[in-house]
Design a protein. Structure first.
Length: 91
C-alpha cells in the first residue's frame, strides 16, 4: 500500500501546471529526472523542460510520461490537482 501524501494549499496551487504535476508524481515515486527520462524514453533535458514548463508538451510526450509514472494521460494533464492528489487517498 502506498503512503498517503498531504498537500498544502500552496502545493495545490502549484499543481495547476503540467510541469508541477509531473514533478510531484516523479518525486512521489522517488525518481530522479534521469529515472523518469529512462522510463519514458525521453531525454533528461526534455523532462527538465517539461517540469519547468519551459515549453509545451506534445501528446506523445504526455503519453510517455504518464505511462512511465503509471497514471493516465487525463490524470497527468488535468488542470486541477484533485484527481492526482486524491487518487491515493489524499485530499
Amino acid at each position: 500500500m502506498e503512503p498517503k501524501r498531504k498537500t498544502s494549499g500552496t502545493q495545490r496551487s502549484a499543481l495547476t501546471t503540467l510541469g508541477a504535476r509531473i514533478r510531484l508524481e516523479r518525486q512521489y515515486k522517488g525518481w530522479t529526472q534521469k529515472d523518469l527520462a529512462t522510463a519514458s524514453g525521453l531525454g533528461v533535458d526534455a523532462i527538465a523542460n517539461l517540469e519547468s514548463d519551459a515549453r509545451a508538451a506534445s501528446e506523445a510526450e504526455c503519453a510517455s510520461v504518464a505511462s512511465a509514472l503509471g497514471i493516465t494521460v487525463v490524470q497527468l494533464t488535468r488542470g486541477k490537482p484533485g484527481p492526482i492528489a486524491t487518487r491515493r487517498g489524499v485530499g
